[in-house]
Design a protein around this ligand. Structure first.
Ligand SMILES: Cc1cc2nc3c(=O)[nH]c(=O)nc-3n(C[C@H](O)[C@H](O)[C@H](O)COP(=O)(O)OP(=O)(O)OC[C@H]3O[C@@H](n4cnc5c(N)ncnc54)[C@H](O)[C@@H]3O)c2cc1C
Length: 337
């Protein structure tokens, strides 16, 4: 059943992007509703204990940072509605946006919407991955976690551009040894990157093993560290135990946008297309911010920045919703920035 109240802004996703957007919309006195599917709002950054690249903090825990962000938003009178998974978004003929949660349990109405559902790292699904991810010994982001592996031995996994680039990045800057495995006999990454990888392998102690996959990640008795990783040669089936301190998995990301198919323009990978200056999507009155956006830098600070841009830009929509339509004709970029 639709509720009667029409909110000025509905924010979908209470990660850094959504909370930053809310900070601005609430301070601008827009009636704001924040919906998050999780029982504990805050998004992906909750999964890490150490953030070293959020301006203003030398080191901050993801949970502590989000706690502050949530408090800050609450100070302006808005709290996050948790356990509210948005399953449908549509626009009525009168322009009002309908946001349906939990498969039709309830429908919220809004004049504008900011989409901030984020993206998830694609996991391998191998035994031990989840446990060691919780122990912060399995990572999916070199920029985020590379600095924790100074003079350590790590295992990197993947065959695309990110896997090759980030393996070089980690080996050049931090690690004592890096073992890179890929399940095929050739990398998918651009040739120039693969050439660079092989050129730098000797100098930076990169051991490249093809075609190998992770069989399982074995934690130590306390479950705090990796004891060893069992890797398997795909062709021979032979296994090998590898003593490493950390594992970086570069298997791509999956935007949380399935439910938006047909509602807004998505790119081939499912990221939300937008005007890269205003963050407007193809649906009038609907904006996007954070890791779910085509061209996103996938960082905490940029997610926050996106939230701010979307919140600032929707003011223009409130001033003159019809102006938006003229702009979309030329403004919807392909890959964002
Ligand atoms: C382990 C780890 C460590 C990281 N470390 C760093 C770091 O050190 N520095 C850094 O800059 N970045 C780091 N990142 C990346 C950073 O966390 C992300 O870039 C950032 O969280 C993206 O913010 P977001 O708001 O776009 O999305 P998210 O944080 O993913 O938040 C999205 C929110 O939307 C909700 N949601 C999803 N779908 C729906 C739906 N249909 N309905 C309602 N709610 C929905 C989710 O529950 C979630 O709360 C790290 C990421 C991880 C996983």
């Amino acid at each position: 059943m639709p509720e009667n109240k029409i909110h000025d802004v509905i924010i979908i996703g209470a990660g850094p992007a959504g909370l930053s957007a809310a900070l601005y919309t609430t301070r601008d006195r827009y009636d704001t509703l924040i919906l998050d599917k999780s029982g504990l709002p805050g998004g992906q950054i909750l999964l890490t204990e150490r953030v070293e690249n959020y301006p203003g903090y030398e080191v901050v825990g993801g949970f502590d940072l989000i706690e502050q962000m949530v408090k800050q938003v609450q100070n302006f009178g808005v709290s996050v509605t948790a356990g509210a998974e948005v399953t449908t978004l549509r626009r009525r003929d009168d322009g009002v946006l309908e946001v349906e949660i939990n498969g039709g349990e309830k429908t919220h109405l809004g004049k504008t919407v900011i989409l901030c559902p984020g993206s998830d790292y694609r996991s391998l699904g191998v035994p031990g991955e989840t446990e060691m991810r919780q122990a912060t010994r399995v990572s999916y982001c070199a920029t985020c976690d590379g600095a924790f592996y100074r003079d350590k031995h790590i295992l990197t996994v993947g065959g695309g551009n990110t896997a090759v680039e980030d393996t070089i990045y980690l080996a050049e800057r931090f690690t004592k040894k890096t073992t890179l495995i890929h399940r095929r006999t050739e990398f998918r990454a651009q040739k120039i990157l693969v050439e660079e990888l092989y050129e730098k392998a000797g100098e930076h102690n990169i051991d490249i093993k093809l075609p190998y996959v992770i069989d399982r990640i074995v934690g130590d008795e306390a479950g705090n560290d990796i004891d060893h990783v069992v890797i398997k040669n795909v062709e021979t089936g032979e296994t090998e135990d590898l003593k490493v301190d950390g594992v970086f998995i570069f298997a791509g990301m999956v935007p949380n946008t399935n439910w938006l198919t047909g509602a807004v323009d998505l790119d081939d990978a499912g990221y939300i297309r937008c005007n890269c200056q205003t963050l407007q999507t193809s649906l009038p009155g609907v904006y996007v911010a954070g890791d779910c956006r085509a061209g996103a830098a996938m960082q905490l600070t940029t997610a926050c920045a996106d939230g701010v841009v979307a919140a600032m830009m929707l003011k223009q929509y409130f001033r003159d919703p019809s102006a938006w339509k003229a702009e979309t004709a030329v403004g919807l970029g392909g890959a964002g920035w």
